[in-house]
Design a protein around this ligand. Structure first.
Ligand code: MSP
Length: 537
């Protein structure tokens, strides 16, 4: 039976258009999903929209629309963006879907029957933008640090979810990595939070919010949006709310979130699951925030980087590449449109694209666009020819192994915590930053090899002697196409086509065999050359 892999993204609030942060998490999840598909696993990627609650109710009022009509419009905009970004999701949950709502009500009833939910009163400071109560010590100058707004004092009759009784069990599971939280800094932060106080019970219903799922046992209340939203991770798999029939994909292998929603995902969500007796997700991974020019993006500062603008300028794969190569996945990253453009030009236009175009140009002029004819033995040797690069740049052949092994480790789920190094992998393959050390960087080395060896001149003089060298280069492009596939699937396809390979045949191959040296057949006609990434201003 095939291995299963289930990865989730948060479901985003349907109060406004998508922004770059939403795209960041979702592209990363898509990349992980594609890695696992390459490994021939049964992959499920779930995405969706969080469509209830006060924040959305208010946004709809401002837009002069009824809430359902309003969220319908926003959901379409998100779906459209995912399409433009090449996101291949398998499930898309909208919390206003009647099927989802039914499960939410069932779960609330189960929790009530188990005694995990009780009626009481709650008083606290509520940030509507976060849809969360905030404690005094979380505020900065009396304001929510994420939204720069003063939270409202809220005191009302509500239903509460018991928290403290499950706290010890939760701590144990996190400590033992049964419920793994990563990166490590976040695991420590969550553990210290959990160990330093007794968790307060959480208010899970609202009397004054009409736009939500009604509590099945008290129609005067609607469910707190987070309770409604968390369940998407199960309803997305088609769960009907039956505790004896949990979808086989569960528990999720990776739940990707931004660090802003780590606390709720590491407390309320697992405690709900513990009450229900459902296993906890295997890994909760929180990435950092994208900032711009050293500051949190804000319309007032004018430093917002628009995702649509990025797509227009850099295209689908360019945008995917830039988002994930901008910095360590897991840390905060800082971007500006200028730096993104520079990186696009250096790595993609002058790097990858130029490299392939130049060689295909030589092929067209000097080899009639045909892969040099090499015997099987010569092809193996060309691996040595390829290793000939080693004499120029030490460690070249080892690099290939290194790329494959990083790749394999990720695929083999050896250690996600250490290996969710998406930016590192991209750097090893595509970075064309000459200021950095001479180590690594596949594309850069190939480019240097061509430059320093003045390949054009040599070729014109003596074709025969360069057959094996040319073959090595073309074969390297084939390997690059495999290595970048999860990150830049369109570009990967284009490289295969330019190498004259049949996509249908190619994409059926098993990754491990596909990246073995010698996959490109000699005497094969290459495809039409095309500039993969044009340089831009
Ligand atoms: N609806 C809730 C999530 C419910 S999941 C059960 C929510 N929605 S949100 O629309 O506010 O999206 C938050 C998510 O967007 C973050 O967790 C993160 O994935 C992404 N980002 C939002 N702004 C971001 C940045 N500036 N940088 C990186 N990602 C951030 O919270």
């Amino acid at each position: 039976m095939k291995n299963r892999f289930y990865v989730t993204t948060p479901i985003y609030y349907a109060n406004d258009k998508p922004h770059i942060g939403h795209a960041y998490t979702t592209v990363a999840a898509d990349i992980l999903a594609r890695f696992h598909k390459l490994q021939n696993e049964e992959v499920f990627l779930s995405a969706g929209m969080d469509e209830h609650g006060l924040k959305i109710q208010k946004a709809a009022e401002r837009a002069g629309k009824n809430p359902q009509e309003f969220v319908d419009g926003i959901a379409e905009i998100f779906k459209d963006l995912w399409k433009k970004l090449g996101i291949e999701y398998n499930g898309f949950v909208r919390t206003t879907d009647p099927k989802h709502k039914e499960v939410v009500q069932k779960v609330l009833q189960i929790l009530k029957d188990k005694g995990a939910i009780y009626k009481g009163e709650y008083e606290g400071l509520y940030c509507t933008d976060c849809e969360q109560f905030k404690s005094e010590n979380e505020l900065v100058d009396g304001k929510c640090p994420d939204h720069n707004t003063v939270p409202e004092i809220m005191k009302e009759e509500c239903y509460l979810l018991k928290m403290a009784g499950k706290q010890k069990e939760l701590i144990e599971k996190i400590e033992k990595d049964e419920f793994k939280i990563a990166p490590e800094k976040h695991k420590n932060e969550v553990l210290s939070f959990l160990k330093n106080q007794t968790l307060r019970d959480v208010s899970i219903s609202r009397k004054n919010v009409k736009w939500g799922v009604e509590l099945p046992f008290d129609k005067e209340h609607t469910t707190y949006v987070w309770i409604d939203a968390f369940l998407n991770y199960l309803t997305g798999l088609g769960w009907k709310g039956d505790l004896n029939n949990i979808p086989t994909e569960w528990p999720a292998d990776i739940q990707l979130i931004g660090k802003d929603i780590l606390r709720v995902h590491a407390t309320i969500w697992p405690i709900m699951l513990l009450h229900l007796g459902i296993p906890l997700p295997k890994l909760l991974f929180a990435h950092g925030y994208i900032q711009s020019a050293g500051k949190k993006m804000s319309k007032t500062i004018g430093n917002v980087i628009n995702i649509e603008e990025m797509l227009e300028k850099f295209g689908t794969d360019g945008t995917r590449y830039l988002l994930l190569s901008a910095g360590t996945f897991g840390d905060d990253i800082d971007i500006t449109m200028e730096r993104l453009t520079e990186k696009y030009n250096a790595d993609l236009a002058n790097g990858l694209s130029n490299l392939i175009y130049r060689i295909l140009n030589i092929m067209e002029k000097n080899y009639n666009g045909i892969v040099p004819n090499l015997s099987a033995e010569e092809i193996v040797k060309s691996g040595t020819g390829f290793k000939f690069l080693t004499t120029l740049y030490s460690g070249f052949s080892e690099d290939i192994e290194q790329y494959s092994s990083i790749f394999k480790d990720i695929l083999n789920k050896k250690d996600y915590v250490n290996y969710l190094k998406l930016n590192k992998m991209l750097e090893l393959i595509c970075s064309n930053d000459f200021k950095k050390s001479q180590e690594g960087f596949f594309v850069q080395k190939l480019n240097r090899f061509i430059e320093d060896g003045k390949l054009w001149e040599v070729n014109l003089q003596d074709k025969k002697n360069n057959n094996s060298c040319i073959y090595s280069l073309l074969e390297s492009f084939r390997l690059i196409a495999w290595l970048i596939m999860p990150f830049m699937p369109e570009t990967s396809d284009k490289i295969f086509i330019q190498l004259g390979l049949d996509l249908k045949v190619e994409l059926k191959k098993d990754f491990e065999n596909a990246v073995k040296w010698g996959g490109l057949k000699s005497g094969k006609e290459l495809g039409k050359k095309e500039i993969l990434f044009k340089s831009i201003k």
